[in-house]
Ligand binder design. Structure first.
Ligand code: BGC
Length: 304
């Protein structure tokens, strides 16, 4: 068991921070904080903000000797160089984020994909706890995913397995930030939802949908169909006994979860529909930072 752990979740608007302290043979969250990302200022500025947010917790008596950072995309696992950040502005590809942070802080930094961090937290201590095969989806600016099997994140042979949002569900569909066409993400991310509904923000879409706005309800249904098809494929391929959904959009609860559940049940033909179990995240908006802290305590390896 290690000492206290700090986890950061790099989002488009905020950097969320969770402090985990040892508690018996597990950890408990002892504090949560949020700092502005200022993503528009570019990678160097954002890296500085991550460093500053971390330093403010690394007092002499903090005991924190390792940090986990959840990031919204893909990076080289050995070097921490960014390979694909589809949803943050600026020239991130090739930016040595891991080395920059580690060099400034002088303590070990573990980088983990934000949705895989979410999966780690929900799978070990959240809504997926006690289930054998857990599939997670995060809904927001981008669509994140992760798979946990028998308590281990499944990262696959290339270290990037679990990208549920980058399954192609319509080869002629809209262009995705990953370069492909018709990914689940390209048909369901927050800006697609708001454009379909003709609203300013995802929150406004939910608020108006729960008040009966037909355009907002239809936009949610359209997005939920793409998400449900993606998850139906996941059910068919890996047979999760629990699916956990989180991220900003999931705050809308059953308004979003019910049409997703309906689509999965309609589209999966090989599994009894009543066995398909879709729930909201338990750790809410802190899941990603919580999981990033947990990632710092355990080696994350790609399959050999
Ligand atoms: C990225 C994922 C990330 C997700 C949520 C997607 O566009 O490809 O790696 O987890 O956005 O940030």
């Amino acid at each position: 068991m290690s000492g206290p752990l700090l986890g950061l979740d790099l989002g488009g608007t905020n950097i969320k921070v969770v402090l985990l302290v040892p508690d018996g043979d597990t950890f408990r969250a002892a504090g949560t904080w949020e700092y502005p990302t200022e993503a528009g200022e570019g990678p160097t500025h954002v890296a500085d903000n991550l460093i500053r947010a971390t330093r403010s917790h690394l007092g002499e008596n903090s005991g924190i000797d390792r940090v986990g950072v959840g990031v919204p995309g893909l990076f080289h696992s050995a070097t921490g160089v960014i390979e694909l950040f589809p949803n943050l502005p600026g020239g991130w590809e090739g930016f040595p984020l891991g080395a920059t942070i580690q060099h400034a802080l002088g303590i070990p930094v573990t980088m983990v994909n934000d949705a895989r961090a979410f999966t780690l937290a929900e799978g070990l201590v959240g809504a997926g706890k006690g289930f054998r095969i857990v599939a997670c989806l995060t809904l927001g600016t981008g669509i994140g995913g992760g798979i946990m099997i028998d308590g281990q994140l499944h990262l696959g042979a290339f270290g990037v397995a679990g990208e549920i949002g980058h399954q192609i569900i319509d080869p002629d569909g809209p262009l995705c930030g990953c370069g492909n066409n018709g990914c689940v993400e390209a048909m369901s991310r927050a800006d697609v939802l708001t454009a379909l509904a003709g609203k300013e923000s995802a929150e406004e879409v939910y608020r108006t949908a729960s008040g009966g706005d037909a355009g907002s309800v239809a936009a949610i249904e359209a997005v939920a169909e793409a998400l449900g098809i993606g998850l139906a494929n996941v059910v068919t391929l890996i047979g999760p006994d629990r699916i956990v959904i989180g991220g900003g959009i999931a705050d809308a609860g059953d308004l979003v979860l019910d049409p997703i559940r309906r689509t999965i049940r309609e589209r999966v033909t090989l599994v009894p529909p009543e066995r398909i179990d879709v729930v909201a995240s338990q750790l809410g908006k802190w899941s990603g930072a919580h999981g990033a802290a947990l990632a710092a305590a355990q080696p994350l390896t790609r399959d050999r």
